[in-house]
Design a protein around this ligand. Structure first.
Ligand SMILES: [Zn+2]
Length: 507
């Protein structure tokens, strides 16, 4: 009887919940329905509906369940297509925006003319076409309290795009060039709250040292405009590139026996700057390509963390192209993030072995070896070095082939790849170039969604479609978790949504 009673109580509880929900439906802005929603949480949850309020995901679940629970101002039918978290490029160079030298302080300006004067001065010193950025203007402190126009800004900005955020970060003053680059025209509907929409989210790292670096150290991690622009940290260089034989190697280049590459920073200067940045709550990333360059950075980071302890935001190494076997487990043990660019591998594979020889090349672009130690690998394009299409990055990560499907046979290699001499092990290229280092498909997708978010310390707000995060997502023409490798290259991004609003196409 006891057993029966508890059983009855359970049934009652289950039956009461829908009744309560129907009585008090929670209001949301949009309910997206009829979608195949890939949440990319740890359980790889798939939902078919998503409720969004204030640009933030409230819930993902089944259509009937969410329709019962939420009263939506708008219901948007996705038409049974695949919906994924918005893609993130973990490493690219956006000119002017990437180089954040140009942040004008406008807090102290007492008139629109004073702002224009500051912009004019910055324009004179800026490289052609660079973005001019500023923040802090407030028309309420001006003698004439009028909202500024793009025409006034055009008159002083030459050919430069200008982006000036208001003191509260909730409005920006753009000139015509910036509006054109952002794809905003007279026909574009104003977002609620005014023209505050930057149509994507950016996390910036400042090359250093220099004035901009000092300034960031003083201000700390800076969020501009509701996480549309985050200034997260500092970037340094340990060495050069593999193609130019500038990557710093432990032993000379196989195809240049007197050359070890270039060392651009000492262990001690990287250590000291990392300590300084971590003490200011900033993130540090260092470019390292050769095995010696990577060891130098790991040694510097290890020494820095002995002084500061584990940092608030993880230390990163950018590129991580060639590793000595002994250094592969150090990323996991130190908590350092290897930020890598899968398309560099597929661009470099025709000549990488010529530079490195048959032994060292096995530690090159060694994604599987790294992942097996428990690290994440945020994926980037290093645009403009490679094309910034994240689907191409996902393809490179799980195929390790070029877009023609090469390499797939031994003959392929002998024909197209430098430095290959018989005998080529027969199984070495049939799964792509050193195919044993491929990522799985899910890892490759994570490399361009949740892993970059985690690597930038932004996993609480982006990177997956879990409740509480920005409703940033793409609608794709295929299910990229199951489409064959080649199908990734023909997959189309049909729509891009940022903060629950359609950012592309604009109509
Ligand atoms: Zn780069």
């Amino acid at each position: 009887m006891r057993l029966f009673r508890s059983f009855a109580i359970i049934i009652l509880t289950v039956m009461t919940i829908p009744v309560l929900q129907a009585d008090a439906q929670e209001g949301v802005d949009v309910l997206f329905i009829n979608a195949r929603i890939h949440v990319l949480d740890s359980a790889n949850t798939i939902g078919d509906a998503m409720a969004v309020r204030g640009g933030v995901i409230v819930a993902v679940g089944s259509g009937p369940e969410l329709r019962a629970r939420y009263a939506a101002k708008e219901v948007h039918d996705i038409g049974h297509r695949n919906l994924f978290p918005g893609f993130t490029d973990a490493h690219g160079h956006l000119h002017g925006l990437g180089e954040e030298e140009m942040i004008l302080t406008l807090q102290d300006t007492k008139s629109m003319d004073a702002v224009l004067q500051k912009v004019r001065g910055r324009v004179a010193a800026a490289p052609p076409g660079a973005w001019i950025r500023g923040r802090g203007w407030d028309e309420n402190t001006w003698r004439q309290r009028v909202l500024p126009s793009r025409i006034a800004l055009d008159s002083v900005s030459g050919g430069h795009p200008v982006f000036l955020s208001r003191v509260d970060g909730h409005a920006v003053w753009l000139n015509s060039r910036a509006l054109a680059l952002a794809g905003i025209t007279r026909e574009t509907a104003d977002p609620p709250g005014g023209k505050d929409a930057f149509p994507f989210r950016l996390t910036g790292y400042i090359d250093g040292p220099g004035n901009a670096w000092d300034r960031l150290l003083r201000d700390g991690r800076t969020v501009i405009g509701d996480e549309h622009l985050v200034l997260a940290g500092l970037k340094l260089y340990a060495d050069g590139s593999l193609g130019s034989r500038g990557a710093l190697l432990l032993e000379p280049y196989t195809d240049a026996p007197h050359n070890l590459g270039l060392q651009l920073n000492t262990i001690d200067s990287i250590r000291a700057r990392a300590v300084d940045a971590m003490r200011h709550g900033l993130q540090v990333c260092v470019h390292a390509i050769g095995d010696a360059g990577n060891r130098l950075v790991l040694d510097a980071y290890e020494a820095a963390m002995r002084e500061t302890g584990r940092p608030a935001f993880p230390l990163r190494v950018e590129h991580v192209q060639v590793l000595a076997p002994a250094d592969i487990p150090r990323f996991a043990s130190l908590g350092v993030i290897p930020s890598m660019q899968p398309t560099h591998c597929t661009s470099d594979m025709p000549w990488a072995e010529a530079r490195l020889g048959p032994v060292r090349v096995r530690g090159a672009y060694a994604w599987r070896s790294l992942l097996n130690t428990g690290v994440i690998i945020p994926g980037g394009s290093d645009t403009p070095v490679e094309r910034p299409n994240p689907l191409w990055g996902i393809y490179a990560a799980c195929a390790r082939r070029d877009h023609a499907g090469s390499p797939s046979t031994k003959e392929d290699i002998l024909l197209h790849f430098q430095g290959m001499k018989e005998p080529v092990p027969s199984n070495r290229y049939t799964d792509g170039w050193f195919g044993e280092q491929r990522m799985t498909r899910m890892e490759a997708i994570r490399a361009f969604t949740i892993w970059p978010a985690r690597a930038a310390g932004l996993e609480k707000t982006m990177g997956s479609l879990e409740a509480g995060k920005h409703a940033d997502f793409v609608v794709l023409s295929t299910d990229i978790t199951t489409v064959p490798d080649a199908g990734l290259l023909s997959t189309e991004v049909l729509e891009t949504w940022v903060g629950g609003k359609k950012a592309w196409p604009l109509r």
